[in-house]
Design a protein. Structure first.
Length: 87
């Protein structure tokens, strides 16, 4: 099984307390994100949880934009990108 590296940026990093972690065993991006939200229960200084932040994020899987239904078979990297300014 391939280990994926999950990279958290900006508010997602603040909510998780880590810039990256590894994961494996998820079929879809949505399953991986649900697991991350359940494990990371901290909040940002503004009171947002990771689950709150994920609702606003863009996701890249191996450099390509992906939605929650994206199948992770063979994926090596997931980037979690919150809006950086305003949106």
């Amino acid at each position: 099984m391939v280990h994926m590296r999950i990279h958290y940026f900006a508010a997602a990093r603040a909510a998780t307390g880590v810039s990256e972690e590894t994961s494996e065993g998820f079929d879809t991006l949505g399953e991986l994100l649900d697991d991350a939200a359940a494990r990371h229960t901290g909040r940002t200084d503004s009171g947002l949880s990771l689950a709150d932040i994920l609702e606003r994020c863009t996701f890249l899987v191996d450099g390509q934009r992906a939605e929650r239904a994206f199948v992770l078979d063979g994926a090596q990297r997931v980037d979690v990108l919150p809006p950086f300014a305003g949106g």
